[in-house]
Design a protein around this ligand. Structure first.
Ligand code: GLA
Length: 539
């Protein structure tokens, strides 16, 4: 009989950075001026923020970027070079990144891929007209990186969109120019407000997956939903950006501003802030603080400097957690940490709902056979060993666990974890999507798979402890007679669908010891629905 230990009953809450493997950098941590100040920034505001990063222990916790957003633009001089706003930056710009550097931090700046910035439109800042990179790419790169010394640039899309530019060509071109002009490597954030396409890893160390975040719980959930099925596109030092963290407004000076904008639907409780931070860590989003640091409450600082949560965000593998269980309104996400395939996993419980939820998570769902050793990273304490994690989370809450154990032989790979070469949310063509699908495993599937080679699902990291022949079952729905094409390390296998509805289509295939690449689809025919694949040893 299976032994079931309860790791923790309803006791849950009512109540440093390492370098990535392969030299891949972890998500950026720091502060950005936009949410607290919008275009009303100045050199003293930015330098004060830098001071606060040190004084409040944020830099020590890993927050090492101070990023200037929209609002610093003045005008272009007779040669076309940008001059900062004469009132907001009366002493020019150079001394600001210099100051930030002198404190041991990095400095970021902002621009637009097109002619005008977003602030010139939405915030009626006339200085943002003509301030974007359009037709000034070389001059701006010289000025921002070589003359002024910035290390990072966030590149917005309001102007690019207005000019009707092709998003991929435009950002690729900007990347090329920056690389050829800047006298040091420059990080780019692509701010296109949707997942732009797999090309974006060649341009950005991060890219926004949504429009602008708002300081309320529904907005947090919206950001998480937009990123739930994008884990395949993060990794190797490139990350899905869920936008700045809207923490630290409780009682802060900014409250009045936000209250004007959002009325009663403003602000997060400290539990919600913790849930927000926990999810940004689990999903390896950049961690950029957006509030006025002078007034940031100590409770918020304690949440966002929890070293065990920060370590999950900054983990050396640089992976984004994916959904391994989704029952009712709760989600469980997991990712390998520290050591791929055979090491511990970070398991995240997420309750977006308005009431308490009990999670029951068997070891197999996490990928372990038998006992798991569990540590609660939010509370920083060991919970013991169990075969089933059972935990109750209050409404609007999330929790990260570090779980260790022996990995299982049966492997399930969900379609919504798979990489699709031409996946994009920018073009609105009928191409592969990840969607919720009641009754499917984890309640989600990929739809419109294949029909072209770039539309097949690809799992690039299917790890086998032993090489040999395995049974592979592809759970999918397509018209009877449709051939499902499975490839394992390039070797093709075909089996026809025999029945209507969501059914397993079975294969036998050889796998090698270590990492295998598996694809499912059919380059000629579209498969309407793929749920998951199961790989089972035949011995
Ligand atoms: C857009 C971006 C924001 C911010 C503003 C600046 O809305 O998404 O993050 O940079 O522009 O105008």
């Amino acid at each position: 009989m299976k032994k079931m230990l309860i790791c923790l009953a309803a006791a849950v809450l009512f109540s440093a950075c390492s370098n990535n493997r392969d030299g891949a950098r972890p998500p950026m941590m720091g502060w950005n001026s936009w949410n607290a100040y919008m275009v009303d920034i100045s050199d003293s505001i930015i330098m004060n923020a830098a001071d606060m990063m040190i004084a409040k222990g944020l830099k020590e916790a890993g927050y090492d970027h101070v990023n200037i957003d929209d609002g610093y633009f003045g005008y272009r001089d007779s040669l076309g070079y940008m001059v900062p706003h004469p009132v907001r930056f009366p002493n020019g710009m150079k001394h600001v990144p210099e100051y930030i550097h002198s404190l041991g931090m990095k400095a970021g700046i902002y621009s637009d891929a097109g002619h005008n910035t977003c602030g010139s439109n939405y915030n009626k800042d006339p200085h943002g007209l003509g301030a974007g990179l359009w037709q000034h790419e070389i001059q701006d790169a010289e000025r921002y990186f070589n003359d002024w010394g910035f290390d990072f640039i966030k590149i917005d899309w309001c102007g690019g969109s207005k000019l009707g530019l092709d998003v991929e060509q435009r950002y690729m071109r900007i990347r090329e120019i920056i690389d050829s002009v800047a006298n040091k490597p420059i990080d780019i954030n692509v701010c296109r407000w949707r997942y732009p396409g797999t090309w974006v890893s060649k341009v950005g160390s991060s890219w926004r997956v949504s429009g602008d975040i708002r300081p309320n719980w529904p907005s947090i959930c919206d950001m998480i939903n937009k990123n739930l099925y994008l884990s395949a596109y993060a990794g190797g030092g490139h990350y899905n950006d869920m936008d700045m963290m809207v923490v630290g407004y409780n009682g802060g000076k900014d409250s009045a501003f936000w209250e004007d904008s959002y009325g009663s639907n403003f602000g997060l409780t400290f539990d919600e802030e913790e849930a927000h931070f926990t999810m940004w860590c689990a999903m390896s989003s950049p961690l950029l603080i957006g509030c006025d640091l002078t007034y940031i409450p100590q409770e918020t600082i304690d949440i966002i400097t929890n070293p065990e949560l920060v370590a999950i965000n900054q983990d050396r593998l640089g992976l984004q957690a994916h959904v391994i269980q989704h029952d009712g309104e709760g989600y469980v996400l997991a990712k390998d940490i520290e050591k791929r395939h055979t090491g511990p996993r970070a398991v995240t419980l997420y309750n977006p709902s308005d009431s308490a939820l009990t999670f029951t998570i068997p070891a197999e769902a996490v990928g372990f056979a038998g006992g798991m050793t569990v540590r609660d990273l939010n509370e920083r304490r060991d919970l013991g060993t169990c075969e089933v994690i059972e935990m109750t989370l209050p409404a609007h809450y999330a929790k990260l666990l570090r779980v260790e154990g022996k990995r299982t032989d049966i492997q399930v790979y969900e379609a919504e974890w798979a990489y699709v070469q031409d996946f994009t949310r920018v073009r609105q063509k009928e191409i592969t999507k990840y969607e919720t699908y009641p009754g499917a495993s984890c309640n989600a599937v990929a739809t419109s798979v294949g029909g072209r080679a770039e539309g097949n699902l690809q799992w690039r990291d299917v790890y086998m402890g032993k090489g040999g022949r395995y049974a592979v079952s592809v759970l999918c729905a397509a018209a009877p007679g449709t051939e499902i094409v499975l490839t394992v390390n390039g070797k093709e296998h075909r089996t026809a669908v025999t029945a209507e509805g969501l059914n397993p289509v079975n294969f036998m295939a050889d796998f090698k010891r270590g990492v295998n690449v598996v694809t499912v689809g059919n380059p000629e025919v579209m498969i309407p629905v793929v749920d998951c694949i199961r790989i089972i040893s035949t011995k």
